[in-house]
Design a protein around this ligand. Structure first.
Ligand SMILES: [Zn+2]
Length: 238
């Protein structure tokens, strides 16, 4: 234990601590979720402070002490995502994305796909106002579920394997279900089903579009899958 190390990170959350410090919740490519103290950053003259805002992608030098939290000794900006902070919708989506990562990926186990996905979503939200739509937010969540190991079964009935008449979704069964296995399910129309399949298959920037009714069903399928299998509550995506 002890010593200095470097890592890249996304700042998920920042909490006031002691007189002038902040505790940061970080998501890193090699160490998963991490907590760190940024000392003195609430002082006006702090050089670190501005670079460690939530939603920032940074390169850090940290010191590992005896306690649970590392101390940040140096921070350089990789991507500050300044443009998305100027747009309320983009900012809200970015905050939701970080919240979903906070809830779904709380271990110190590295998860490179999840890290890359979050970096990618924040960069897209920063680059274009159009990326703040509901469809992309849902596609991000679904891909995050996949990265976290909780992707729902979409190709055949999650209960019996039937490949036709898949008109419902069962969180407890873990995916779409057929007419004969509908217990504990809710309706999932063809468009919602197609949206989920397309969102998983396509790159994030090319998330498929779907009518509101279909997106609402997809939202429910994603949220209830997270709830049932990961024991995590996600706010609905409106
Ligand atoms: Zn079935």
């Amino acid at each position: 234990m002890g010593g200095t190390f470097k890592t890249e990170a996304i700042v998920l959350r920042s909490i006031r601590f002691a007189e002038a410090d902040r505790v940061l919740h970080l998501y890193t490519p090699d160490r998963g979720r991490m907590g760190a103290v940024a000392k003195g950053v609430r002082r006006v003259k702090s050089r670190l402070g501005g670079r460690l805002e939530p939603l920032s992608r940074v390169r850090l030098v940290l010191h590992e002490g005896r306690g649970e939290l590392c101390t940040i000794s140096q921070a350089d900006s990789v991507h500050a995502h300044a443009a998305l902070r100027e747009r309320r919708e983009s900012l809200e989506r970015a905050t939701q994305a970080c919240e979903a990562v906070l809830r779904l990926l709380d271990s110190t186990e590295p998860n490179r796909p999840a890290y890359n996905l979050l970096c990618h979503e924040l960069a897209l939200l920063d680059a274009s106002a159009a990326a703040a739509g509901r469809a992309q937010a849902l596609a991000f969540r679904l891909k995050l579920l996949l990265a976290a190991g909780f992707a729902p079964e979409l190709a055949s009935c999650a209960a019996c394997g039937e490949t036709e008449h898949l008109g419902a979704f069962s969180p407890s069964a873990g995916g779409v279900v057929c007419a004969g296995c509908e217990a504990g399910s809710f309706p999932l129309g063809e468009e919602a089903h197609r949206f989920l399949v397309g969102a998983l298959a396509r790159p994030l920037a090319e998330a498929p579009q779907a009518p509101d009714v279909a997106l609402a069903q997809a939202d429910r399928a994603i949220a209830e899958t997270a709830e049932y299998h990961a024991h995590v509550r996600l706010r609905r995506v409106s």
